[in-house]
Design a binder for this molecule. Structure first.
Ligand SMILES: Cc1cc2nc3c(=O)[nH]c(=O)nc-3n(C[C@H](O)[C@H](O)[C@H](O)COP(=O)(O)O)c2cc1C
Length: 366
């Protein structure tokens, strides 16, 4: 039986103290009709706080009502009703002794206009990209870029006012912010594209302007991924040096914590080093890092969408990496979606009670 005590050590960063090192990964649930999180959503998050999760990260939350989302029943933080809904979520988590950060999400090129209430509004992307000679997206105009930045900042300010303990900017998985980072979807030759300084400018501006508004002591996290939805083998940074060029402007802009999304946390980032993506982010920047990907489960998450189940799996590898202090926090997705008491069961060694992840969990707010 793995000694998992390291996972349950309290941790204190400059501006964030947590009871333990387990983070609930952000997971879109699509249970918010009218884009408003209701009582059932509040109870779902509260159960995770009661289940000893150190930091809950919400599902992706839209930064506007038009271009930011094409996924049905995704909550926003724009309308008064949605803000009231989030206040209840936050209060419930705090009453249960937990902490909660909000993930701010703009789907960018992955929004499908046809699925939205605004099919005539084109989706936003760093640059146009042509597939088989057909332009899939037009590059965002300067005015659209300004609007997108302002909307992220306004959403962050609203989240702080509501009482969230942290903001996580969704800069991963091919969505809007990531479309600026990746050289395949950022073909711009103005100040928002080109070299790393240009391709990180959009994210850095969001962080810098948010930092100005929320103050020095408010925790800002950014989630990043090398992999893309359309290409799991893709890499924003092909070498540690490139990764340094990617992350340093975000540190200078005021980010506190890096959250590196991998499908399998144990996979190394670059040949010749065992460190994973979060490990390299921490090594290169000195900032705390969150890792993620198939913790405690036999299969990875994109297969779950295709209906694949996953069995409980050993935490030996995770504990080894955390004991070596390669990263500071570990995010857990499906295991916590399936079972709000996952962390308690791990803490208390109740191995026989760990659950298999099944596709039914995707359609239920356990
Ligand atoms: C149902 C579901 C919804 C997800 N939605 C989001 C999301 O809104 N934002 C995000 O950054 N990642 C999202 N992810 C990815 C998870 O945050 C996590 O990185 C992934 O599930 C891997 O962790 P796991 O193997 O522990 O499940 C989602 C994953 C699942 C299974």
């Amino acid at each position: 039986m793995t000694d998992t005590r390291i996972l349950f050590e309290p941790v204190r960063f400059d501006n964030l103290s947590l009871n333990n090192r387990i983070v609930m990964a952000p997971m879109t649930r699509s249970f918010s009709p009218g884009n408003v999180p209701g009582e059932d959503v509040a109870a779902y998050y509260r159960r995770r706080a009661e289940g000893d999760v150190g930091l809950i990260l919400t599902e992706g939350v839209s930064t506007n009502e038009t271009t930011a989302t094409g996924t049905p029943n995704v909550p926003n933080i724009v309308t008064d009703a949605a803000k009231d809904g989030w206040k209840k979520v936050v209060d419930g988590v705090h009453e249960a002794g937990g902490k909660i950060g909000i993930q701010l999400w703009h789907e960018g090129p992955y929004r499908n206009p046809a699925k939205t209430a605004h099919p005539d509004v084109p989706s936003w992307s760093a640059s146009g990209i042509k597939v088989a000679g057909k332009a899939l997206w037009e590059p965002m105009t300067e005015a659209e870029i300004e609007t997108a930045i302002t909307e992220f900042v306004d959403a962050a300010v609203a989240a702080k006012e509501i009482g969230f303990d942290a903001i996580e900017f969704h800069g991963a998985h091919s969505y809007l912010i990531d479309s600026f980072f990746w050289d395949q979807t950022n073909l711009r030759n103005d100040k928002w594209g080109g070299d790393w300084q240009g391709r990180t400018r959009f994210a850095a501006e969001i962080i810098r302007r948010t930092r100005e508004k929320v103050g020095a002591d408010y925790p800002l996290i950014i989630r990043l991924s090398q992999w893309k939805q359309q290409d799991f083998a893709a890499k924003n940074a092909k070498t540690p040096q490139e990764m340094e060029h990617w992350l340093t402007p975000l540190v200078e802009a005021g980010i506190d914590i890096f959250h590196l999304s991998q499908r399998r946390f144990w996979e190394s980032a670059f040949e010749g080093s065992a460190l994973n993506d979060a490990g390299w982010a921490k090594k290169l920047t000195g900032k705390p890092a969150i890792s993620v990907g198939s913790v405690g489960l036999s299969g990875e998450f994109t297969a779950a969408y295709a209906g694949e189940s996953s069995e409980p799996a050993s935490l030996d590898r995770l504990v080894e990496m955390m004991e070596r202090e390669e990263f500071d926090l570990i995010a857990v997705g499906r295991a916590l979606l399936q079972d709000p008491d996952w962390a308690v069961k791990i803490r208390d060694g109740r191995k026989d009670e760990l659950k298999t992840f099944t596709k039914e969990a995707l359609g239920t707010l356990y």
